[in-house]
Design a protein around this ligand. Structure first.
Ligand code: NAD
Length: 491
């Protein structure tokens, strides 16, 4: 076997080794012996250099007309399109998701890049009348400065792209710190932006550990904003350490699907399978709780057991695979631990629950029933293919159960009754509610994010993403030729 390639950091337009002199490997979770490459273990000094480069590049980039910035993003979108197949297979090898989901991830990266390229010709502010004569009032957008972008592994192209393209089109410069589980996907994205013609220093990437590289970025005085997606505990420590900079946090979820007694059960079945076991349950929007009406519980359980039993585990590159591996050994052990917790709590295991006897970090698609909403398996984010069924008697109990967790990212209800659907939309405390569709499948021109311990009020995607990465300036232009005092000269 040939020696794996050694990939570098990207600082000030050049690919360089870390000053730490250390590297780490990225492997294939379906065959952990396959090393995809070695990557630089970045250190504080690397971050320092990257921030310096981003700061130096800021004046020119922020003054580049936004439509011109958009042209570079258009070229990046084109390169993503041309390389979609290769990028998707590498993604499947690096994090395990099945190939059509990897294609979806790259497609999402293309979509947001195209959307943000178009924003180069909008970046809209607004105008509004003044309370005084001969005075114009309007708003315009300003970039923030150097943005530190810290991303997870589960959407290794889409999530970095949401952040990077939005930050760039707004005129910011970027220091990107990807997850150490998916540094190859991150490197490919940076290579694409380099090829698209991004000037040096505008985008920098430092790979390495969260505690070291991540925290140095978070604490750095010259970083004006942090945008983070990842675990709630990491987000909480970032918030503590970031000081007075702008912080956007997108964190975990414990999303639920309500299946009412009038639901189209075949449709709901597809939604639960896709939401619960798609990406091996490793989506922030994964449906890890199914809140099912007692009248249809037994029937729906039988339908689920039958369908889950047919799901094929395997290497995500094989077309017959339905469910790939978990991202690493720790994730596999976490799912196994929660199965034990569930059994000890008195939940009934209907199917799955084991680490299968195969190479790789696989875990059987697992379904518990007779769960109460208070059980740990129904409260905590497992981030694996483990789903809990909770039975309810009416819509009040259903919305009470769905809201009983600390998170508030995604949610869904299956019902044919429009009144019930609207009640649910109003009552559910979550950033996203789907009606007669699963908890996953966001589109890039709509806002994405959560409430409660999932988010901090920011949203990504569409115009809300632009809001995260730009400052609003209010402008008053008085052409009356005299002093006009607001709130005083009101006659
Ligand atoms: P994680 O929090 O472990 O890591 C995310 C990133 O933070 C990585 O780059 C990591 O290196 C870095 N990091 C870790 N410790 C740090 C520290 N002390 N300071 C600064 N950076 C640090 O999360 P993960 O395991 O990569 O991702 C899974 C989590 O992400 C799940 O909780 C999932 O729900 C969440 N997620 C949320 C969304 C969303 O939009 N709400 C989307 C995807 C994933």
């Amino acid at each position: 076997m040939s020696k794996p390639k050694n990939y570098k950091l990207f600082i000030d337009g050049a690919w360089v080794e870390s000053l730490s002199g250390e590297t780490f490997a990225s492997d294939n979770p379906a065959r952990p012996k396959q090393i995809l490459g070695t990557f630089q273990k970045g250190c504080k000094e690397d971050v320092e250099k990257a921030v310096e480069a981003a700061e130096a590049a800021f004046p020119k980039w922020s003054e580049t007309p936004a439509p011109k910035r958009g042209l570079i993003l258009s070229r990046a979108a084109q390169l993503l399109r041309e390389n979609k197949e290769q990028l998707s297979s590498e993604m499947t090898m690096e994090m395990g998701k099945v190939i059509q989901e990897s294609r979806g991830d790259v497609q999402e990266a293309m979509d947001i890049t195209e959307y943000m390229a178009g924003e180069g010709r909008r970046l809209l502010g607004f105008t509004t009348p003044s309370e005084l004569r001969k005075k114009l009032c309007l708003t315009t957008r300003m970039p923030i400065g150097v943005c530190g972008l810290i991303t997870p592994w589960n959407f290794p192209m889409a999530i970095p792209t949401w952040k990077i393209m939005t930050a760039l089109i707004c005129g910011n410069t970027v220091l990107f710190k990807p997850s150490s589980d998916t540094p190859l996907c991150a490197t490919r994205l940076v290579e694409i932006l380099e090829k698209a013609g991004l000037p040096k220093g505008v985008l920098n990437m430092v790979t390495g550990s969260g505690d070291d590289v991540g925290m140095t970025i978070v604490r750095h005085e010259k970083v004006g904003a942090i945008s983070f997606t990842g675990h709630k505990d990491t987000g909480a420590s970032i918030l503590k350490e970031a000081g007075l900079k702008r912080v956007g946090l997108e964190m975990g979820g414990k999303n639920g699907i309500i299946v009412m007694d009038d639901a189209d059960l075949n449709l709901a079945l597809e939604g639960v399978i896709w939401g619960g076991y798609g990406t091996t349950g490793q989506r922030c929007t994964a449906a890890s709780r199914v809140i099912v009406h007692e009248k249809i519980k037994d029937k729906f359980e039988r339908m689920l057991i039958d369908r889950i039993g047919k799901l094929k585990l395997g290497d995500g590159l094989k077309p017959q695979t339905d469910v790939g591996p978990l991202v690493n050994k720790a994730a596999q052990e976490k799912s196994a631990k929660y199965v034990e917790i569930g059994k000890n709590e008195g939940a009934k295991l209907l199917i799955g629950g084991e680490i299968p006897a195969m190479e790789g970090f696989f875990f059987e698609p697992t379904l518990f029933t007779d769960c109460t909403k208070e059980m740990r398996i129904a409260q905590e984010e497992i981030f694996g293919p483990v789903v809990s069924l909770i039975s309810i008697r009416n819509l009040d109990e259903a919305t009470d159960a769905i809201n009983s967790v600390e998170y508030g990212l995604s949610s869904a209800i299956y019902t044919k009754d429009i009144g019930r659907a609207c009640e649910a939309i109003t009552r559910i405390k979550a950033g996203l509610t789907y009606v007669n569709s699963s908890t996953i499948g966001s589109e890039v021109h709509l806002p994405f994010g959560g409430v409660k311990h999932t988010g901090m009020g920011t949203r990504e995607g569409g115009i809300e993403g632009i809001n995260e990465f730009s400052e609003i300036k209010t402008v008053y232009i008085d052409y009356s030729g005299k002093l006009q005092r607001a709130q005083i000269d009101i006659e």
